[in-house]
Design a protein around this ligand. Structure first.
Ligand code: SAH
Length: 439
């Protein structure tokens, strides 16, 4: 979602007459779009501000600096005084993206900083403005904000309450993405499967998938992140039945212990989650699953953590994102639950979790060897010439050499193509293959 907000900001700046540069030293304006979902992400802002201060001293021509995103929303005015002499010209809240050019002008004219972190309910965004950074995949926001108050999570504070975009706007944006040559769309929302169209009360997320699927020219549809609590039969059937919806489900788990899930306020148990996984597998046997895990949530005992490990073994995810718990301002956990798992213990748990997962996914990848998959090519290899990579419907990354290299056709030509690839070799994080037929 942050990446997509950056695409929107870049497009707004294009429209206001700015030009992009890849060299910091040339920039008149630098926008830092921040994340505060974990402390580590937030720290990056302060590192970057330090680098920019040095740059300004070296060139004698410091750029205007705008801080956007969740840290801007969270800190507001405090950023202007609390960052050890870093000069920030604009503080732009998460709900005020559209104001960026106006605030930059205001700050330039008045030589005082401009701050706008007001909440804003309007989630419309004009079509055709976002400067999409991915040639193959288009991100499309369908819900902003969140009304769940999971105990660990800062999002409801930084992105506001849940607001749905009109279905008509979403479908128009999908159409626009197709016309601009994108072959995949990724629908975005904090709880993406909570969607209900404000302009069509009968349309839930499963129905939205059906309508997006019916748009000609789209090859693949993905979405992130669904909440297990709202993942029911209608969603499972939509994934099973719709040809363009990828057979992959990211189902954030957070913890395998029902006790910890309750403390986190996730509103489902371990057994309910496992039952959901069973129903997904029954309906769509080849579907892959991925998840998010937090280790070291307050009160997590080693027995609780063992339940996470055992669940990981049972489910056999194709990939996981794992995080050490970090205290976030204004969250329920920060107010009520002491951060009592030591830093060393969190490290030990995340290392154990990741090494188990590495073993599991290496095994799953080995089983792919000899099978053939449709791969949507999305980038060229940075390390090897004439090699490209893409993803299967199940979201496995497949690397392969392009057969017609040397015929004057570069690997770039393959970006955006759907290619049948036979897997020959497996690694823990991706697999390697060769084109099955060039028809
Ligand atoms: N809306 C999604 C979560 C998006 S945030 C959901 O409800 O599942 C992405 C991931 O960051 C979360 O799934 C969680 O695993 C992790 N995360 C969020 N807050 C965190 C915190 N305080 N400490 C560590 N990890 C956190």
């Amino acid at each position: 979602m942050n990446v997509h907000d950056s695409e929107r900001m870049a497009g707004l700046l294009d429209q206001a007459g700015y030009e992009p540069t890849s060299d910091d030293r040339d920039a008149d304006v630098i926008v830092i779009n921040t994340c505060s979902v974990r402390e580590h992400a937030e720290d990056k802002l302060y590192t970057r501000l330090g680098e920019l201060r040095v740059l300004g001293e070296e060139t004698g021509r410091p750029p205007m600096v705008a801080v956007a995103g969740c840290v801007a929303q969270q800190e507001g005015d405090a950023l202007l005084t609390g960052t050890n002499g870093h000069v920030i010209d604009v503080v732009l809240g998460t709900q005020r993206v559209k104001m960026l050019p106006i605030l930059l002008n205001k700050a330039a004219e008045s030589s005082a900083s401009a701050v706008d972190i007001a909440p804003w309910d309007d989630v419309g965004f004009p079509l055709g403005i976002a400067r999409r950074s991915d040639p193959v995949k288009a991100y499309i926001t369908i819900i902003e904000g969140c009304n769940d108050h999971c105990a660990f999570c800062v999002v409801p504070n930084t992105r506001g309450h849940e607001r749905m975009r009109a279905k008509a706007d979403i479908l128009a944006e999908v159409q626009e993405a197709v016309e601009s040559g994108r072959r995949e769309v990724q629908l975005l929302g904090q709880i993406v499967n909570h969607y209900r169209a404000p302009d069509d009360p009968a349309c839930d997320f499963a129905q939205l998938l059906r309508e997006v699927d019916a748009i000609g020219g789209i090859e693949r549809i993905r979405f992130a992140s669904p909440h297990p609590r709202h993942a029911g039969t209608r969603l499972i059937e939509a994934i099973r039945d719709l040809p363009r919806v990828c057979k992959h489900l990211h189902l954030p788990l957070q913890s395998g212990s029902s006790r910890v899930l309750r403390a986190m306020r996730r509103r489902h148990t371990r057994d309910e989650y496992l039952d959901l996984v069973r129903r997904v597998r029954e309906a769509i046997p080849n579907a892959t699953l991925s998840t998010d895990i937090i280790v070291g949530f307050p009160g997590e005992t080693s027995e609780d953590f063992d339940e996470t490990l055992s669940l990981i073994r049972t489910v056999q995810y194709h990939s996981i994102f794992s995080f050490k718990y970090s205290v976030r301002p204004h969250t329920l956990a920060s107010q009520r639950l002491p951060d009592d798992v030591s830093a060393d213990e969190k490290t030990a748990r995340i290392v154990a979790l990741q090494s188990l997962q590495r073993e599991i996914q290496t095994g799953l990848h080995e089983r792919l060897v000899g099978t053939t998959h449709e791969v949507l090519v999305d980038h060229t290899s940075r390390r090897r010439q004439a090699e490209v990579a893409g993803r299967t419907t199940g979201n496995t990354v497949v690397n392969f050499p392009v057969p017609d290299a040397g015929n004057g056709r570069g690997a770039e030509d393959w970006i955006g193509r759907l290619v049948r690839v036979t897997i020959r070799r497996a690694g823990p994080y991706s697999v390697w293959g060769e084109v099955a037929d060039s028809g």
